[in-house]
Ligand binder design. Sequence first.
Ligand code: PGA
Length: 252
Amino acid sequence: MATRKKYIAGNWKMNKLTAEAVSLAEEIVEGAKEAKCKVMIAPPFVALSEVKKIVKGTNVILGAQNMANEKSGAHTGEVSIDMLKDVGVSVVIIGHSERRILYGETDALINSKILLAIKEKMNVIFCVGETLEEREAGKAFEVVTNQVINGLKDVTEKELSFVTIAYEPVWAIGTGKTATEKDADDVHKIIRELLEKLYSKELAQKMVIQYGGSVKPENAGALLAMENIDGALVGGASLKAEQFLAIINSVK
Ligand code: PGA
């Protein structure tokens, strides 16, 4: 079985003014020096340049929370991939449920962003996950399967080396409710089996699949011990260095 390096990412969402972002990044860089996993932080766009100065030359990767699906031009309010590269971003979160639900991002839009990112050699964390309503209707596997198929449309096996998948059940995000390790692992397994069907066994074994949704120091160890859970996309707990570092340090 392939050994997959664990990957812990912090999604700061719409939090932290620049000075606060800089000091949080400083604490994380300091505390993550001996990390046994890959570590990424995704501050708000306007703090990226300053945070880049802190993470440069360290083992902490700089991420963005979104990007436009077009390269440049008349797209008021959008941020392009070249702008992200220009400030030192090497990975972008695409298809987060808040983008899907609050800002109407469709599978087709998400797919176009993923294709653009890959074409431009930008790494991607591609988010999928069902709502509570969908889970209660017994549709979790179906919804996630469709999101993966549609989001990765026209992405080749080779290109998938740029992609990490994050399974984030919407009902567990910011709510304090976490999926049980078993429930989460079951969906991760479905995703891995789907990748095997769509691509190959080798690819499916290599794919890093993060879990996200109320990951905290208290539950990180148990989640990360599951066979198919290869990391975490952390929201709330990534805003406090102590908590985020405890999650990172739960990777032995
Ligand atoms: P949460 O957010 O850890 O605050 O639940 C996770 C996410 O939305 O990526």
